[in-house]
Design a protein around this ligand. Sequence first.
Ligand code: ADP
Ligand code: MG
Length: 701
Amino acid sequence: MSDYLKTEITYLEGVGPKRALMLEKEIGIANFYDLLYYFPYKYVDRTKFYTISELETSLPYVQVKGEIEGFYFEGGGRNKRLAANFTDETGSLKLIWFKGIKWITNRYKPGIKYILFGKPALFNGLINIIHPELEEEGGSERKITAGLQAHYSTTEKLKDSFITSRTIGKMVSNVFTRLPGTIQETLPSWMISKYNLKELHDALLTIHFPDSNRELERAIYRLKFEELFIIQLSLLRYKATRNLYLKGHIFSVVGDKFNTFYRKCLPFELTEAQKRVIREIRRDLGSGRQMNRLLQGDVGSGKTMVALMSMLLAADNGFQSCLMAPTEILASQHYATIREFTEETGTVVRLLTGSTKKKERNEIATLLADGTIEILIGTHALIEETVIFKRLGLAVIDEQHRFGVAQRATLWNKENSPPHVLVMTATPIPRTLAMTLYGDLDVSVIDELPPGRKSIKTLHFTDSERLRVFGFMKKQIGAGRQVYIVYPLIRESEKMDYKNLEEGVEAITRAFPPPLYSISVVHGQMSSAEKESSMRLFKKGIAKILIATTVIEVGVDIRNATVMMIESAERFGLSQLHQLRGRVGRGADQSYCILMSADKLSNEARKRIDIMVATGDGFEIAEADLQLRGPGDLEGTQQSGTGFDLRIANLGRDGQLLEYVRRVAEEITDRDPDLQKPENSILRKLLAKDKISEVDWGRIS
Ligand code: ADP
Ligand code: MG
């Protein structure tokens, strides 16, 4: 960034200290650079003019040429407002101002030709425009507003100090006017020509003041390209550097524990996909490099088994391992399953969560430090400073943590030598997000479900059909099966009338009266002991119905449950629905997912429900999810969650571009791994400013 762009915004014409403070606080603009990278959110075509007779309230912003006939006041007291008639040859409309009255009357005069810009509205049968923009026809400001006009988002506070979208446009224009020379290019010139990109200066100028749609598109493309490219390049460089600096523990033997487990304890044949993935992991573990692998697989595809076998391999080689789950329920469940599965192998497995008692915690600490514990299962509690392993060889992170690169890098820095890392996630995480969040990882995919799984029947009912649904559930319970009922909320909120859990419990208890039916409840606000005991009742088959919030979304595994009824299903996103549905269909019996919704649905909600009814395939759902999703609306995974601050690209919409720039970045790092070639030096400088390159290798290795 040249020095000029570092100039504080307070020094820009018409800003000053007070406005500068406001700009920084409200929209994060501290200097000229920030301002140039504060991009418009929409554009309005200012090449088109309307006549007053053509105006309708259905039109968006319009431009009209005409004259002001004279100002007058309307209303009184706090309702007092300034009005004016504005006319052209075809008719007249009314302009209204609530604020800045003195300034307006001084500035605009009757009898002068103005270009008016605003949104037509209707009041008392008359077209009016509130707080219009006016500029003299042929005036000097015209050059800013020719062609497509940029609109910037502002806040109420900014508007109150008269910083409007238009003010911001003028500020940007001022920065350009006084710019010494051109803005320094950030990409190598060979890239600019090879990928046919606009130069940075031109792209920035165009994105604020476009002359045509075509040029605007090219400007946006250039800026998105750079933004995504830099992320991918830094991820790849990060991966390369890691491979260079970090030695991995070598797990060379397949020993007793693994073999005993495989021969005696495994109650089923592994799927081909599971076998392939275990081979991939074993190759990593024997390579001498630190493994950093993402394991993707649909709900129920058997990822836990793969993790367990990898952990046994670690134990066979004298290393400890840990498995970190997102919730206590899930951690306890993993613990129970793994204990059961590994009983005959004599592996020492323990559980550590936030609610582990002090005494037990101390005991675990001792057994970890002397190396007795071979597998430690738990929640976030595992990564606390006080948890110290003797020889941690493998760390497995299960589902939903959404740990970005930076977090992962610092996770294990207390170890002398970093463990191998396996991150497991269910597939309906959009590919683009995975490429950004986990872009430095090698990827393994389990693309096959264990045999004999009956596909789950998904049905949609509305509230008026509730009795029928209850009847069906009673039949299932009568046949010995169990039922989940999931609610989106715990307590009724004022704004939403979605079925909530507390009311739900009452209604369900009325429809399924005890002692004939026994009901268990779990939600996020219960203590873990309470959750635990509710889950136990359901797991043992004593409770027939489990009423829950989405705390059971991930991982819960109860084979006898055959019905998943989701209340207010329209309230859930696709990947959540898919996760929830994955809780049933785990045993031999036909399972059902029942989506309950209001009678009236928005288009979007209807589409989501239709997709759920139509397909059970996680990949298809992830794809549909991506297409349905609006800008900046990544379900459950805000863009900021990735650890990268995206100003212009959108992970939901720019998937293709992302994959393209990933390949571009790969080509570059393949040919010039350390970016030593002179033509790439500019890239090396760019990356030096990047946050993940700042990882302190000395500390980690
Ligand atoms: P995920 O974590 O991928 O959603 P899990 O590892 O919880 O899936 O496995 C789901 C269920 O399938 C578990 O009950 C598990 O024991 C079982 N399972 C795993 N692999 C197989 C297999 N190859 N054949 C049959 N059942 C399997
Ligand atoms: Mg799982």
